[in-house]
Design a protein around this ligand. Structure first.
Ligand SMILES: Nc1nc2c(c(=O)[nH]1)N[C@H]1C(S)=C(S)[C@@H](COP(=O)(O)OP(=O)(O)OC[C@H]3O[C@@H](n4cnc5c(=O)[nH]c(N)nc54)[C@H](O)[C@@H]3O)O[C@H]1N2
Ligand SMILES: Nc1nc2c(c(=O)[nH]1)N[C@H]1C(S)=C(S)[C@@H](COP(=O)(O)OP(=O)(O)OC[C@H]3O[C@@H](n4cnc5c(=O)[nH]c(N)nc54)[C@H](O)[C@@H]3O)O[C@H]1N2
Ligand code: SF4
Ligand SMILES: [Mo]
Length: 880
């Protein structure tokens, strides 16, 4: 692969996950960008996943917020900013600084994030600024601070490749950190002796790489790692020299020995196999993510994992250590600038008076916050109680992503004054704002992000700001200046903000002994900042270090690490006769959170196009739930209707649903309506993975499937819509079947006059309608049936805008093979195409399927699925 950037190509960093891949982009001359992986970036060395590959398809301006808006009307920046500054100042004057709040995001750039925190914690004088990282990384932050004294990720990505055993705990790496997964898969292929263990109640795509999958009981990770610690002790695997640097060993071991491992639900053989692998392998990396963090015992889970690494001295050395993989592109940057309501910039603590004084002096702050502010769940409770009178939400969609989302939506709707900064007005949260501020998005804004292994990379602007959109840092500084602090917020460029942050980090490291030190990056100037290459912190004028803690030096007051006695606690919400199922939630491969960007790329909507609920076959049978039907899920906080996906990937009594759907895309699929606002007592992180629900078939009177070149406006009890090439598609279901489907379809498609072809059979309740333009091009089609509609959806969608052949047949003619549902999103290769290659005998391995069809050759994140198809085919063969 060509390592250098071509002419006109600019280096930047992917907008999505915490792997932080480098990308090379070039304007395609049509308002978009062509994108490829940066071969020189140390996170990805040229690789990209399906989401990164599709970045160029998400940049259209059709749904962008292009002008500030106040109370429903477009306005100019000066009026909007003055309004925001006045309302915040007035609330502070009348009700005190704690009557206002910011709720921000790990998707802000470091420079945006730094000034937002400076404004709230140093100038407004409150710490009521929290971030969606509370829902994401807070347990890791709390656990690492307990153990190390600072929130430090000791290792690097290379450690996953150097390890002989990689344990993935509560991480679906294949779908959520696909490029890191590919690096791991490549390392394992090159060195088959390497072992991978997946600890996850669900059998995920990541398990395809696993030598051992431990499907433990939800929430029981502490018990598993306590068992491991006991085994480490019994098996003589302790590192007594390293333990000289560690406090708390005895108590921690005693607590571990008291732990009953049965609560994991794992067999004695499974536990023994896991412990034996760990004990006999020195080079172990334990990767963990939301299955650990998003738990009412999240912090204890983090410490239970770290305890085992400290006890064996397997930390901070090549191929060894606990490794928290971060979710958002700047989750780490947010932690560095003190984005959480109990933190301060440069890994300083808001609760430490010395740290407050240090930052206060540096900022020349008139009103340093005096202690920790509200954490996200409490913050929105205070909004609901009317105690927060002015709220500014930036770069996050809490009306969807917060637990107890219906209550959060109500809270925002009831707040006196709500400002939302976003790239689009079409979000559940933006719809509730009094003032909307248009932000520049990825590809348009300049700044830095830090990925999971502490590498700081530049995001660079390639495209002009659309309409009146402005960068978040500039918007925040303008409000700060208008609130009366012109000097403190007098930055002309993000480079100046970065420089201030770098200087403060040097001070924090030198005077308060903090880990985060980027003083080596001070004084870069505009050019040095523009050219900044990916750099791992810490970086001082003396240089950099790769890993932390191999030397046994920690950032606690005593300079020693701390092991913490922990014992397993079950999730807070308990199943019972009323709510018999545990609801696990998470992500799918091709969508990013609330889908405001990924859903713009048709190829990313093809893999899984609607909200679904994974349920075990025996549970489905017991409840009378048929494949592809709809199910109603009810919890103490809300109700959802979801498509049923019957699979033994989930265990009996457990169900799984993705978090991505919203009021914009599937109003009954807002899964956080079901999740209670229960949090870890230390970190304040919500327990997003263990709600309880009751399930029942949702008996719709009719089911429908529609495609349209224009937007669809469904009005029925269940719908989910997504973009396809050339238009939209929607799944529909309703409680009352109409007698006049043509009238209903005309309303749905906003096509009052287009020519309609239809076949209807009132006796069976089926109807098929196609709408055509004068030249016979297909404008829209609706298929209705009393049972879930079966037809080739991709075929019908592909007919949009084409001269209509036989759209009402719902499947292709003999001359046009149906590629089937898309498996490989990068190249659009369908299930049937792959199936045909396998059936022909030409493809017996994943690599051969790639050679025959192209599937799996670009980003590789569909390879586990291809492997499953091959395995399925082999099983069938064996049975024959
Ligand atoms: N495609 C895609 N990738 C993403 C994102 C996205 O939206 N889409 N978002 C990014 C962000 S912000 C984040 S935070 C990361 C999240 O990345 P991950 O944490 O890998 O993703 P999740 O699907 O939330 O959850 C991981 C797994 O935890 C398991 N789990 C549930 N309960 C338990 C338990 O009690 N113990 C254990 N051990 N496991 C459990 C779930 O079954 C699930 O498979 O992904 C990032 N990457
Ligand atoms: N049930 C359940 N709930 C969860 C989770 C789960 O696993 N299960 N995971 C949690 C986790 S880990 C996370 S990280 C959250 C994520 O949840 P959110 O942060 O709410 O989700 P996003 O869709 O990423 O929201 C980002 C918003 O910022 C906008 N935006 C994009 N770029 C910019 C920009 O440059 N500037 C501005 N101002 N706006 C921009 C986008 O359009 C979008 O509206 O969800 C959490 N909620
Ligand atoms: S793994 Fe994919 S989503 Fe994550 S940074 Fe890399 S290209 Fe972007
Ligand atoms: Mo996250």
């Amino acid at each position: 692969m060509d390592g250098s950037a071509h002419r006109n190509e600019l280096r930047t960093t992917c907008a999505y996950c915490g792997v932080g891949c480098g990308v090379l982009v070039r304007p395609d001359g049509k308002g978009g960008l062509s994108v490829r992986g940066d071969p020189e970036h140390p996170a990805n060395f040229g690789r990209l996943c399906s989401k990164g590959t599709a970045l160029g398809d998400t940049l259209s301006l059709d749904d962008r917020l292009l002008s500030p808006r106040a109370f429903g009307t477009d306005t100019d920046w000066d009026s909007a900013l003055t309004l925001v500054a006045d309302r915040f100042s007035r609330s502070i004057a009348e009700h005190g600084p704690d009557s206002v709040a910011f709720y921000v995001s790990g998707q802000l750039l470091t420079e945006d994030y730094y000034v937002a925190n400076k404004l709230m914690k140093g100038f407004i004088g409150s710490a009521n600024i929290d971030t969606n990282s509370r829902l994401c990384m807070a347990s890791t932050v709390a656990g690492q601070k307990r153990a190390f004294g600072t929130d430090t990720v000791p290792g690097t990505y290379e450690d996953l490749e150097l390890a002989d055993l990689v344990v993935l705990v509560g991480s679906n790496l294949a779908w959520c950190h696909p490029v890191l997964y590919q690096r791991l898969a490549a390392a394992k292929a090159a060195r088959p002796a390497m072992k991978v263990v997946v600890v996850d109640p669900r059998r995920t795509a990541t398990c395809d790489l696993a030598d051992l999958h431990l499907a433990l009981a939800p929430g029981s990770d502490v018990a598993l790692f306590n068992r491991l610690l006991s085994a480490i002790h019994e098996g003589g695997a302790l590192d007594p020299t390293y333990l000289n640097h560690v406090d708390g060993f005895e108590e921690t071991l005693q607590a571990a020995q008291k732990q009953r491992a049965e609560v994991t639900g794992l067999s004695a053989e499974q536990l023994a196999a896991f412990c034996a692998m760990w004990l006999r392998t020195e080079k172990v990396v334990t990767v963990f993510s939301q299955g650990v963090n998003q738990s009412s015992s999240g912090t204890d889970k983090v410490n239970a994992i770290i305890n085992c690494h400290l006890a064996t001295g397997r930390i901070g050395k090549p191929g060894m250590g606990p490794f928290s993989v971060t979710g958002q592109p700047n989750a780490m940057g947010g932690r560095e600038v003190g984005g959480l309501s109990n933190a301060l910039a440069c890994h300083l603590d808001l609760e430490d008076a010395g740290h407050r004084a240090l930052v206060g002096d540096f900022w020349k702050a008139p009103a340093m916050a005096e202690g920790a502010g509200l954490k996200a769940v409490d913050l929105f409770r205070q909004v609901r109680a009317g105690r927060i009178k002015a709220l500014w939400i930036m770069c996050t969609n809490p009306a969807v992503s917060m637990p107890d989302a219906d209550a959060v939506r109500e809270a925002i709707a009831g707040c006196d004054f709500v400002v939302v900064s976003d790239v689009t007005a079409r979000t559940d949260t933006a719809r509730l704002a009094h003032v909307l501020l248009p932000a520049t998005g990825w590809g348009e804004k300049d700044g830095t992000v830090t990925n999971s292994d502490r590498t700081i990379s530049r995001q660079r602007a390639v495209l002009p700001a659309p309409g009146a959109a402005r960068p978040d840092w500039a918007i925040i500084c303008d409000v700060g200046r208008r609130m009366g602090w012109p000097e403190a917020f007098d930055y002309a460029t993000p480079a100046q903000i970065f420089d201030e942050h770098a200087r403060l980090s040097g001070l924090a490291a030198a005077t308060a002994g903090r880990d985060f030190d980027i003083s080596g990056l001070t004084g870069l100037g505009a050019d040095g900042y523009a050219d900044l290459a990916p750099t791992r912190w810490p970086v001082t004028k003396q240089g950099s270090i790769e890993r932390f803690f191999a030397d046994g030096r920690f950032f606690t007051p005593q300079g020693r690490a701390r092991m913490f006695p922990v014992s397993a606690r079950a999730p807070v919400a308990r199943t019972g006769p009323r709510y018999p199922f545990v609801l696990n939630t998470g992500r799918i491969r091709d969508q990013w959170h609330t889908m405001t960007r990924t859903a713009k790329a048709p190829r990313l909507n093809q893999h899984l196009g609607e909200p679904f609920l994974e349920i075990h076959p025996q549970d489905a049978q017991a409840l009378g739930i048929a494949p592809a039907s709809l199910v109603a899920a009810t919890s103490p906080t809300g109700r959802c209707i979801l498509r049923v996906l019957i699979t033994d990937r989930v265990q009996r009594g457990q169900v799984f649903a993705p978090m991505h759907w919203t009021g914009e895309t599937a109003p009954t699929g807002r899964i956080d309506a079901l999740v209670p606002g229960v949090v870890d007592p230390l970190s304040g992180q919500p327990e997003s993975k263990a709600a309880v629900v009751a399930l029942a078939p949702h008996d719709a009177a009719w089911f429908g499937f529609a495609v349209s070149t224009g937007t669809l406006t469904p009005d029925c009890s269940y719908w989910a819509r997504s973009r396809v090439t050339g238009g939209w598609r929607a799944e529909l279901a309703g409680d009352i079947a109409t007698q006049d489907w043509e009238a209903e379809a005309r309303r749905l498609f906003a096509l009052p006059h287009a020519r309609c072809q239809s076949v209807a059979d009132p006796a069976t309740g089926t109807a098929r309608l196609a709408f055509l333009d004068p030249d016979n091009h297909l404008l829209a089609a609706l298929f209705v049936s009393p049972t879930p509609v079966t037809l080739s959806r991709d075929f019908l969608a592909a007919q949009l805008g084409q001269v209509a052949g036989t759209p009402l047949s719902g499947r292709p003619g003999a001359d046009m093979p149906d590629p089937g549902p898309v498996v490989c999103a990068c190249l659009g290769v369908g299930l049937n195409t792959i199936g045909a290659a396998i059936a022909s005998g030409q493809a017996t391995t994943v690599a051969q399927v790639g050679e025959c069809t192209g599937a799996g050759m670009t980003c590789g994140s569909c390879r586990p699925e291809i492997a499953a198809l091959l395995a399925g085919a082999r099983q069938v063969e064996a049975a024959e």
